[in-house]
Design a protein around this ligand. Structure first.
Ligand code: DP6
Length: 330
């Protein structure tokens, strides 16, 4: 008999970054991290296990996928089949409401939605912690897209102790993430490869050794809604990660001239009293964070910079969730 379930999950933006693993296969991160889910962006995924299927199949945004993308999905499905004592192959149909070139990594929302939908279709009733552990093995940052709002992923020392939890609900702080598109080119070196390169940088040990200090400051700033403290630590954490990237062997240079233009402008505006700061993931696009009260002014200023192609506005989002059994929107 066919068994189907659907789920939705948001991507997230990290304030304290995950870069490098203690265990690549289990995706046990080198350091703990902290992020915010992005409410306006979403992945919807439907999973069906069916005895008539002869292999797993992945349809992403209407296109049948093969190779690495399908293998990564099958590896997570195997874990779920083991847990749920399911033998059938699955059809995974997944859709993002944000385009591939929009500067947002989709692996976090993709593997969070997949873990929810597939475990439910396999008849499992997993806790938030178990779902976060499972999603983590598909994509590290996906562990943080399972709980809602502002989320901490504790690095842990093994599969059991490495998972994410909410530190504050979405309505705790009306922060806005203005995602500034500098380039929509596909990046040459993705995060998974980057995590392997991290340990080749002589700066990585220092970055990791100092990570709990940064996380503690960032968590406290977030809980106190202390923007100046938050801004300094978020920018320092982002730049430490990029320092590691640039000093890896081979080096990873994700910034483009437009990236630096936004970084420097944001610094100037903050000196002039505007609450805004930047953080950058494994790509050239810049996430400019500010309180909702400042977002109009920040957006207007960003719009006047030459390298800025477009701006996407996101607010704090909720947890990954199961959709109605008869949901057909994918
Ligand atoms: C720079 O979670 O995308 O966005 O586990 O290989 O899928 P995989 O990596 P991924 O790495 C995210 C890296 C980052 C920082 C962050 O989100 O913490």
């Amino acid at each position: 008999m066919r068994s189907t379930a659907s789920a939705a999950a948001h991507p997230n933006i990290a304030f304290i970054k995950y870069w490098g693993n203690k265990d690549h296969e289990l995706r046990l991160p080198a350091n703990s991290s902290l992020s915010m889910n992005l409410a306006e962006l979403e992945t919807l995924t439907r999973v069906s296990f069916d005895p008539s299927f002869t292999s797993d199949q992945l349809i992403l945004n209407g296109k049948e996928m093969s190779g690495l993308a399908l293998t990564r999905v099958s590896v997570l499905l195997d874990k779920i089949r083991d847990l749920g004592k399911v033998k059938e192959y699955a059809l995974v149909n997944s859709k993002n409401n944000f385009p591939a070139g929009a500067g947002i990594a989709s692996s976090a929302s993709a593997f969070a939605a997949l873990a929810c939908a597939a475990s439910s279709a396999a008849g499992l009733k997993l806790s938030e912690k178990q779902l976060s552990q499972l999603a983590r093995t598909g994509s590290g940052s996906a562990s943080r897209s399972i709980p809602g709002g502002f989320v901490e992923w504790q690095a842990g020392t093994d599969h059991e102790t490495s998972y994410a939890f909410s530190v504050a609900s979405p309505d705790h702080w009306d922060l806005v993430d203005l995602i500034v598109l500098i380039s929509s080119d596909q990046k040459e070196v993705g995060s998974t490869q980057g995590h392997h390169l991290a340990e080749t940088s002589p700066l990585q040990l220092t970055r990791v050794g100092d990570a709990d200090r940064r996380l503690n400051i960032c968590r406290a700033a977030l809980l106190d809604r202390d923007f100046p403290l938050f801004a300094n630590i978020v920018e320092q954490d982002s730049s430490l990660m990029h320092a590691v990237m640039m000093t890896s062997d081979p080096p990873l240079y994700y910034w483009e001239p437009g990236t630096l233009e936004v970084m420097q402008a944001v610094e100037e505006w903050r000196k002039d009293g505007l609450d805004a700061c930047f953080t950058i993931d494994a790509g050239p696009n810049v996430h400019v964070l500010c309180p909702a009260s400042e977002s109009r002014a920040v957006k207007r200023k960003l719009g006047s910079l030459a390298g800025v192609k477009s701006i996407l506005e996101c607010t704090p989002g909720g947890p990954a969730r199961l959709l109605e059994p008869d949901f057909t929107g994918v």
